[in-house]
Design a protein around this ligand. Structure first.
Ligand code: KG4
Ligand code: ZN
Length: 335
C-alpha cells in the first residue's frame, strides 16, 4: 500500500508518502504559525488561503523526492475532520482531484485517528490492545484501542482541552501563540514549590478531565502578582511551572487509572501536548513503577503532520475503504 497523505485541518500543511512495506518514504511540513502569531490565534480565512498556496507544491516535492509518480499510488488520504471547515476543504478538494486524475481511490480520515496511530510510525510499535491519551489543542481524550477503527472513549475533557489550557495560560503570561512550548520553556526554570495549583477532578471517580479551572487559577495568581507590582519574569516562570505540574500530574493520574480499569499495560500518547518533556518523563517514570509501558510518536509527529494521515489512510485503504462520490468534510466529527 503506497499512500499519499494530506493534512490541512488547522495551521500546518503536512504532506507525506507512506508505504506499508518500506515505511515513511518522504514527508514535508509547513507551519503557518508566523502568519497567525500577530492575531494571538489561528485566523481561519488566512489558514485556508495559505493551504491553497502550499499544498500542491508540497505534493510535488514529496513525490519528486521519493521518485514516485501519482499513478503508482494505491490511494490518496486526507484529513476530513475535525478542524476548520475552509482549511479541511482545501486538502479534501485537492486530494480528491489528484486521486481522480491519477485513477486511484481517495479516502478522508479522522484527524484524531491520525494522532492516535502516529506512535505506530516508530520502529518500536505498540501492540493492540492499548489505552491512548490524545492531548491536543482541541481534544483531551482517553480511548481504549482494540485495533484499527475499534475505539472506545473512556473519558474526555468536559471543558477546555489540555493544549487549549496551555495556550490560554500562555496568553495570560504575555507569551505568543501557540503557548504550549513557551510555557514548557519557562516552566523548566520555574520553582515547583512556590505556587500550588489544584489537580482538577482527580478526587472524583471516572476518567473525565476539566482544565478551565486551572486557567482561572492562573489568572488569579497573575492578579495577585500584579497587586505586588509584578508579574516579574520569575513570577511568570513559577506560574508556568505550577500550571504545567498540575496538568501533567492530572494526566498521569488519569492514565494510570485508565490502565488499571482496563487491565492493560500499554499506553500510547499522542497529539501536540505529547511533545511536552515533563509529561513524557513523568508518565514514563510513573508507568515503569507499575511495569507498564508508554509509547510516543517522535516529537515531529506529535503535532499535526501528513505522515500520520498517510499511515491511517494506508490502514483503512488496505481494508478496502474509499470515499463515496459525495463525501463531505466534517468540521465536527466524534471519533
Ligand atoms: O495536535 P496539535 O498540533 O493540533 C491540534 O490538533 O490541536 O496540538 C497543538 C497543541 C497546542 O495547544 C500547543 O500549545 C500544544 O499542542 N503543544 C504543547 C507543546 N507543544 C505543543 N503543549 C505543551 N507542551 C509542549 N511542548
Ligand atoms: Zn492535531
Amino acid at each position: 500500500m503506497l499512500v499519499l497523505g494530506l493534512e490541512t485541518s488547522c495551521d500546518e500543511t503536512g504532506v507525506a508518502l507512506f508505504d506499508s512495506e518500506r515505511g515513511l518514504l518522504a514527508d514535508a511540513l509547513y507551519s503557518q504559525v508566523d502568519i497567525h502569531v500577530e492575531y494571538g490565534g489561528v485566523v481561519p480565512e488566512l489558514a485556508s488561503r495559505d493551504h491553497v498556496r502550499k499544498t500542491l507544491p508540497m505534493v510535488e516535492e514529496v513525490l519528486r523526492s521519493a521518485g514516485v509518480a501519482g499513478a503508482d499510488l494505491d490511494g490518496v488520504a486526507y484529513t476530513a475532520g475535525p478542524g476548520l471547515v475552509g482549511a479541511l476543504m482545501v486538502g479534501a478538494t485537492l486530494a480528491r482531484a489528484l486521486a481522480w486524475g491519477w485513477g486511484v481511490p481517495a479516502l478522508g480520515v479522522h484527524h484524531m485517528e491520525g494522532h492516535l496511530l502516529a506512535p505506530m510510525l516508530e520502529d518500536e510499535r505498540p501492540e493492540f490492545p492499548f489505552v491512548a491519551l490524545l492531548v491536543s489543542g482541541g481534544h483531551t481524550q482517553l480511548v481504549r484501542v482494540d485495533g484499527i477503527g475499534r475505539y472506545r472513549l473512556l473519558g474526555e475533557s468536559l471543558d477546555d482541552a489540555a493544549g487549549e489550557a496551555f495556550d490560554k495560560t500562555a496568553k495570560l503570561l504575555g507569551l505568543p501563540y501557540p503557548g504550549g512550548p513557551h510555557i514548557a520553556r519557562l516552566a523548566a526554570e520555574g520553582d515547583p514549590a512556590r505556587f500550588d495549583f489544584p489537580r482538577p477532578m482527580v478526587g472524583k471517580p471516572g476518567l473525565d478531565f476539566s482544565f478551565s479551572g486551572l486557567k482561572t487559577y492562573a489568572l488569579n495568581t497573575v492578579e495577585d502578582c500584579r497587586a505586588a507590582g509584578g508579574p516579574s519574569e520569575k513570577d511568570c516562570r513559577d506560574i508556568a511551572r505550577a500550571f504545567e505540574d498540575a496538568v501533567v500530574d492530572t494526566l498521569v493520574i488519569k492514565c494510570r487509572r485508565a490502565l488499571r480499569q482496563e487491565g492493560l499495560k500499554t499506553l500510547v500518547i499522542a497529539g501536540g501536548v505529547s511533545a511536552n518533556r515533563n509529561l513524557r518523563a513523568s508518565l514514563t517514570e510513573a508507568l515503569a513503577r507499575e511495569r507498564a509501558r508508554v509509547f510516543y510518536p517522535a516529537p515531529r509527529f506529535c503535532t499535526d503532520n501528513g505522515a500520520m494521515i498517510a499511515f491511517a489512510g494506508a490502514q483503512r485503504l488496505a481494508a478496502g475503504q474509499r470515499d463515496d462520490a459525495d463525501t463531505a468534510v466534517r468540521p465536527r466529527w466524534p471519533m
